[in-house]
Design a protein around this ligand. Structure first.
Ligand SMILES: [Fe+2]
Length: 416
């Protein structure tokens, strides 16, 4: 029987282990700590802990302590190792004492069962006994999580050479069971963390690919827009300048251009006529007035442009600008007859910049008008075709720019 002093020591060990379980998140460290307790306080000659490594499909040593300990780095148990199959195969368990395996008990059972048990069982038992003898193991305590064998605590003989009593074995079983729970829980957490990391990485990769794809598509759209400007003799200047002037107007109006807002405005200014790529050249470049039918075709460029931009999910707002840049402030525009604030502000800016340049650009059959003439026209149409606030900001910003460049260079400053 165990002495009362030893009982107190056990409680102390259990308390220390419990505290460590709370403190330590890495089960390997915890298991090593437990082995140290066993070695120091339990008077075992050596002890070792093996845990099952998911994925690697075998048991590995997480540590061993004591004199004559098993060389941990050299040993691993495959699933068919006699000490593993002992606990994973039920035919042996019913012949052992309790859930653990004792070398002394096994030897006794071997002697008793030699004549009565089938030779296959005797052979298995002899193999197991042989392994225990080689590794100098007196007790093997299994750890289960649910029904899976997750670990084995290997205990050498007592330093005193006496047999382990029921209390001591019970204590080994408690800590082994607790270890199994800690190991499994940590494994689950680690697995969950890893899966989460993998998922995050996949999402990042997908997002990077998506952005790359969108960027490529945007570049294609940009060059398409350049094509439109190149083939449309009524359009004027370079798209980079359109972008600059629209931005200047938005700034003059004190619009919020933080974050994506600036990109949205810029893309709207650059791409607003991209749908003209789908308009036949004979209509697009017709020198005289368009017939009613031709005009109806020309008007479709806004919806065509919006359709072209559909795959750009990041540019939903840009699509709206492209679709709305021929809407009039008083609701008389196309394609939907939107009015006032219903029209995106960027589209109202595009409308003013677009009209200004239609007036000042030199066309194949007429010379461009002066900026002053264009300003007057914009002001005359403010409140009808154009948003008055946009006209005011545009004229103000443009005039200032022209003054900065000098009166003599007004004509150069205006067309873009
Ligand atoms: Fe247009």
């Amino acid at each position: 029987m165990i002495s009362s002093k030893s009982r107190v020591d056990y409680q102390q060990v259990v308390r220390s282990i419990s505290q460590s379980m709370v403190r330590l998140h890495r089960p390997e460290r915890l298991l090593k700590l437990i082995l140290r307790y066993l070695d120091r306080d339990m008077q075992v000659s050596h002890a070792g802990m093996m845990i099952f490594k998911e994925g690697r499909e075998h048991f590995i040593f997480v540590g061993s302590r004591g004199k004559g300990r098993i060389p941990a780095s050299l040993v691993k148990f495959e699933k068919n190792h006699p000490l593993v199959t002992w606990f994973s195969s039920t035919k042996n368990k019913k012949n052992s004492v309790g859930d653990y395996l004792s070398y002394q008990g096994l030897q006794r059972n071997l002697l008793e069962g030699m004549k009565s048990l089938p030779s296959s069982i005797i052979s298995d038992w002899e193999k197991t006994a042989s392994v225990m003898r080689t590794l100098k193991i007196e007790l093997v305590i299994p750890a289960y999580f649910k029904k899976d064998l997750t670990g084995l605590l290997l205990i050498g003989p007592k330093k005193s050479a006496k047999a382990y009593d029921a209390d001591e074995i019970g204590f080994f079983e408690i800590i082994t069971k607790d270890c199994a729970i800690v190991v499994k829980t940590t494994d689950y957490q680690r697995e969950l963390h890893e899966k989460n990391e993998q998922l995050q990485n996949h999402l990042r990769e997908i997002e990077a690919l998506r952005q790359k794809e969108q960027k490529t598509y945007y570049e294609i759209m940009r060059s398409l827009a350049s094509e439109v400007y190149a083939k449309d003799v009524y359009t004027f200047g370079h798209i980079g300048q359109v972008d600059r002037l629209g931005y200047m107007t938005a700034k003059e109006m004190g619009l919020d251009l933080s974050g994506r807002r600036k990109d949205i405005l810029s893309a709207g200014l650059i791409l607003h006529d991209v749908g003209k790529i789908g308009i036949p050249d004979h209509i697009l470049n017709k020198a005289g007035r368009l017939t009613e039918e031709e005009w109806a075709v020309m008007k479709t460029h806004v919806d065509k442009g919006a359709k072209i931009l559909e795959p750009l999910s990041d540019f939903r707002e840009v699509r709206e600008i492209v679709r709305s840049h021929h809407e009039n402030y008083d609701g008389s525009g196309y394609p939907r007859g939107l009015k006032g604030e219903e029209i995106p502000i960027e589209a109202r800016i595009v409308a003013v910049v677009d009209a200004f340049h239609a007036m000042v650009s030199t066309r194949c059959y007429s010379k461009g008008r002066s900026p002053e003439f264009a300003f007057d026209e914009l002001k005359r149409c403010a409140g009808k075709q154009f948003d008055p606030r946009v006209v005011e900001a545009f004229v103000s910003a443009m005039s200032r720019e022209m003054r900065k460049r000098g009166v003599g260079q007004m004509a150069e400053a205006a067309p873009i």
